[in-house]
Design a protein around this ligand. Structure first.
Ligand code: KG4
Ligand code: ZN
Length: 338
């Protein structure tokens, strides 16, 4: 039994989060304060607005996380914080908050790579062993990682332009559907007809695990404009059929590239993380690919797939166990490849 207790702090994008996690994989609390409403009018996350909101909310989130866990700062064994990559104003707010707590309470400080936080989540949720293959698909990221240890990641490929979540959000925007686009496009797609539109499968004809989603978005835009020009507007069924075609194309690309990643680097488990992993069609396609390769498929619960403090606390515990910690010179990094 490992009774190490860590506070994890996350503020690299548009969620302010704090959580308390134990070394034996118990999540004692996980508080996430989203900012979707603050950015709704702007069609994307506005870095300055995000940074201000993080600075205002971090204290409260940490306090709530401690309260819900029934703990005080003196009960902790360490503080882990996302030190990048991400929107720099938000990352700085989190790092400064963590430094203050670590210095004030005399606790070890551990800087965590946000991507490592996502990538190590299946070890927190399911206790799986290394190695495994991780497909990280969110609004900001899309990559295949072979995970061999808490600091041992090999990138097998990833998007060369947009992340799939970003593409879902843009498709929603051009069809005047509510944001975030993923869930609204998925709901429309469920009512769409198979085979009415055929969108491209970018990079599928090229070897390797790299992906591209911006061409798909441009093709959808052209199709929309063509329909508007021909009909004078979009019908409900046009939206549904377009969403269906788009989602089918994304699922097919992710599935085929996952098949290749598993062939290139066989692993007992294919795990996913990131908001796009919520999509049922995409999940089903990946599950199918994993089964065909003889691998188990693992999708952590959605609240732990999207940005949260628990994954940061856990990644901090893994680094701490490996004997690593940071000093007060820990810096916030906008870019930080694994
Ligand atoms: O992981 P996440 O919460 O934030 C980061 O990007 O780090 O992912 C958010 C993204 C958004 O782009 C959202 O549209 C997408 O995940 N998303 C989905 C679904 N639910 C959320 N995409 C496809 N289908 C969904 N059901
Ligand atoms: Zn993330």
């Amino acid at each position: 039994m490992d009774d190490t207790v860590f506070l994890g702090i996350e503020s690299s994008c548009d969620d302010t989060a704090a959580a308390i996690v134990t070394g034996d994989r118990r999540i004692l609390s996980s508080v996430v304060s989203g900012q979707t409403d603050l950015h709704a009018d702007f069609g994307g996350v506005v870095p300055e607005i995000a940074a201000r909101a993080h600075a205002e909310r971090l204290d409260l989130c940490v306090e709530q996380a401690l309260d819900q866990a029934g703990l005080r700062l003196s009960d902790l064994n360490g503080v882990a914080v996302t030190a990048g990559p991400g929107l720099i104003g938000g990352v700085m707010s989190g790092v400064m908050c963590a430094k203050g707590i670590a210095a004030g309470a005399g606790l070890p400080l551990i800087g965590v790579n946000h991507l490592a936080g996502h990538a190590l989540t299946p070890r927190l949720t399911d206790g799986i062993d290394y190695p495994y293959l991780m497909l990280l698909v969110s609004g900001g990221h899309c990559q295949f990682l072979r995970v061999d240890g808490p600091q041992d990641f090999t990138r097998l490929g990833g998007t060369i332009d947009d992340a799939p979540g970003e593409a879902f959000d843009k498709i929603a925007k051009l069809l005047a559907l509510p944001q975030p686009g993923g869930p609204s496009v998925e709901a429309e797609a469920a009512l769409g007809r198979e085979g009415r539109f055929d969108l491209p499968r970018p990079l599928l004809d090229r070897p390797g695990c790299d992906m591209s989603f911006s061409g798909l978005k441009t093709a959808a835009l052209r199709l929309r404009d063509q329909l508007i020009a021909e009909q004078g507007g979009l019908r409900q069924s046009d939206r549904q059929d377009l969403c269906h075609a788009f989602q089918t194309a994304v699922a097919e690309v992710l599935a085929e590239k996952s098949r290749r990643a598993l062939a290139l680097s066989p692993a007992p488990v294919l795990a996913v993380a990131g908001g796009v992993a919520a999509n049922q069609t995409i999940r089903a396609a990946l599950e199918h690919v994993a089964a065909a390769a003889g691998a188990a498929f693992l999708a952590p619960p959605l609240r732990l797939c999207t940005d949260n403090g628990a994954m940061i606390a856990w990644a901090g515990i893994e680094r701490f166990r490996a004997g690593q910690q940071d000093g007060m010179d820990l810096i916030a990094r906008p870019r930080w490849p694994l």
